[in-house]
Design a protein around this ligand. Sequence first.
Ligand SMILES: [Zn+2]
Length: 494
Amino acid sequence: MERLLVFPQPFPDESLYSLTVRYHRMMANDSYRLTSQELFGTYSRTCGSILPCCLDALSKRLAGLYSVAELIDRSTLLPLYQPFLDDAAYESAKVTMAGNRGTGLKMSLGITASRFLKHASFRYCESCLHEDSERFGVAYWHRIHLSPGTCVCPHHDEVLCSLTFPHGSDWRCMLLPGESGGTPVMESYGDKAAGTVAEMQLWGLEHPSSVRGLLNGDFLRHRLAELGFIKSGRISEKILRPFLIERLKHCPNINEFQEVTHSCDWVLRMLHPRGLIVQPLKFYLLCWLLEARLSELQSFHPPAEVGNAYVPRRNNMNKTLHDADLEAHRSAFLSDSNSKCHDKPHYHWLYRHDREWLKEYVISHPFMRSRKSLIDWEARDTALTYNLLIANEKIMSTSGKPQKITRSLLVRQIDQSHDFLRRPSKFPKSISLMNGLLESDHDHQIRKVRWAVKNFLLSERCATSVVLRYSGIRKPHVTETEILNILSTTKLSW
Ligand SMILES: [Zn+2]
């Protein structure tokens, strides 16, 4: 293997393709094929890609001047994707980029499925071009300008231009920015979305671990909560959707943005992840949709314990808060005595800045849920009174020796006696009615005497003892006068 004797010193944020072009110029090679052979030991088809391969061969030819990891971190766009990949996917991507075959890499990172690739172009910023030419003597390709969804230079806030390779050729003709015709990638740059997303992508590219902190700290959910889109711990799609649709109208409808502005379904899929790799552009665009600024991403402090990622913490900000501020937020919170705790005004602010106080408040003010009963006990009570009257009527009209009307006899006749027996307090009307229906021993014996007199055709000539025997009464609660009275009246009614 030939060691390289020369290799360009990388400029800030310079892509690997840009380094290759500059090497090509240094060596005055006449074809990409030769340059690729010298740098990678093979004909690399991925040199012009945002995720180039053959890096192990290059690192070896550089005799360890840059390791594969350094080449990946400094000259490719993998760090932009890194926070959104689990360790296994990230390691696998690095292995692929170290090797000579990049087949399936973009697919495995979800880039192919995102449909952003069809909008890819070699983009540059006119201002960067002039500044780089003055500062370094040559213009070069910046990684960030090549990242999907970056249509505006994050350094100059200018719309990027897309280079058109001459005669229908591609990157293999080894050009640097400004060496062929360029056309702006957007007509105008009126809205903030493209600029903010570009700034966030640049920051994300340079700070993958901070972005991972945002994800671990569930920054997006935190933001949704701040905007009031979380109700009872769940994302309220009903109010989130119209908000997103309105915000999406302010996004440019061109290039990669075309793929995300036609619907907000992708946002909801992203918020309920099912193992899909999140595209950086979508994450940063969603940050913008949720009105987050780059400074908020930068100042976000994820929770200390990984795994408890639901609510991010920013407790350290307490140090800079004034007492008056705290009091104002606390008063606003306390002014609403009807809402549930997390629906009260300024709850989320207090959660972030004054959590100890909030915790004490919650402990000392347990929320008593006013649970409206699903059962209409009054209606049941009314129905039961009706059933009791029917039961009473049924017992009274039964032929044979009269049964004493007792509580248990009545209850046996009615449906839903279970509730009635277990929850008598729910049936005040029925209880009152039933107490009136219950029969005393005296009343029961009167009925029995009447029944016996009528059933056995007893006359006034019968002795009282005979009447009692026919009536089945052993221990009389009726007087002799009452029995005689019944005998005479019953006789009259014959
Ligand atoms: Zn620029």
